[in-house]
Ligand binder design. Structure first.
Ligand code: IPD
Length: 272
């Protein structure tokens, strides 16, 4: 793992590139909202001119600043298999694409820098508000420079919990059924449509917790580090043995993570 100092440099670069990309996302948004949308995994999984132009800009800036690094992007895939110690950038050029195309303000540009499969630095920038979420492994998490701290709540019955729904309609149905089973046991529920910002909101204590099945590496790379560095317990896809299922992401304050996991497992999260 790189030193905190060099991870800090990676986080600064992530912020610089994400800010410039956020400006581009806003600049082309009007055309995107009015225009034709191509689709990917399902009829609602859209890819816009904004997504492709933003990812191209990120790749161009990374190639110029750090030509030896690799990139894994939502739209362009991976540029190779990382060697030990090599930096790989995990990029969601626009997370919350459906919000982006519908005029809703909750979308982000998300850049995480991974070394040996672990995110060491990241930035999530919100084009509309201009908020900058930034984290360095071992160096803390901030929103616009202010340190972040997760919620200390331990009572599920008071907890406001975020979740998300998949593009695959069948899976979305199973997720909605799980949500119907757990909603009455929680304080309240939110679905913002932007997983990276759900993780950042958890870091800020705006959400007491968040879970979703089926997220990709680019959705969670930067946001999960923001949450973790703010003190959240973070569980990423690929983990196993806790009954949540291998594709679950969960983030919550330390007092809520256990009860939230148990509730989800008891209500069948493993089969989502
Ligand atoms: C999506 C968003 C959404 C989540 C979906 C993701 P995208 O990412 O993060 O909140 O519920 O599962 O795929 O497609 O907008 O980058």
């Amino acid at each position: 793992m790189p030193s905190v100092e060099s991870a800090d440099t990676l986080a600064d670069l992530a912020v610089t590139i994400a800010r410039e990309t956020a400006a581009l996302a806003l600049a082309v948004r009007e055309r995107v909202v009015a225009g034709r949308l191509d689709t990917k995994s399902s009829a609602t999984d859209v890819v816009t001119e904004g997504d492709t132009a933003c990812e191209a800009l990120v790749r161009e800036r990374l190639a110029a600043a750090r030509p030896d690094d690799l990139v894994l992007g939502e739209e362009g895939g991976t540029s190779g298999t990382p060697a030990p110690g090599q930096v790989r950038w995990v990029v969601d050029p626009i997370d919350g694409t459906v919000n982006y195309t519908h005029g809703l303000p909750w979308f982000s540009v998300s850049l995480g820098a991974e070394v040996d499969g672990r995110v060491v630095a990241g930035a999530v920038v919100e084009p509309v508000s201009g908020r900058v979420w930034r984290a360095v492994r071992g160096g803390g998490a901030t929103r616009d420079g202010e340190p972040l701290r997760v919620s200390g709540l331990d009572d599920l019955g008071l907890a406001v919990v975020g979740t998300g729904l998949n593009y695959d309609p069948a899976r979305r149905g199973r997720q909605a059924a799980l949500l119907a089973r757990v909603a009455g046991r929680l304080g309240d529920v939110r679905r913002t449509g932007c997983a990276s910002l759900d993780l950042c909101a958890t870091a800020a204590g705006w959400l007491d917790g968040f879970y979703e099945h089926g997220l990709h590496r680019w959705d969670v790379a930067a946001g999960s580090l923001v949450a973790e560095e703010a003190g959240a317990v973070v569980r990423l896809p690929g983990a196993d043995g806790d009954g949540l299922g291998t594709e679950a992401t969960l983030a919550a304050g330390p007092a809520l993570a256990g009860p939230l996991t148990s509730l989800l497992v008891a209500e069948g999260a493993g089969g989502i």
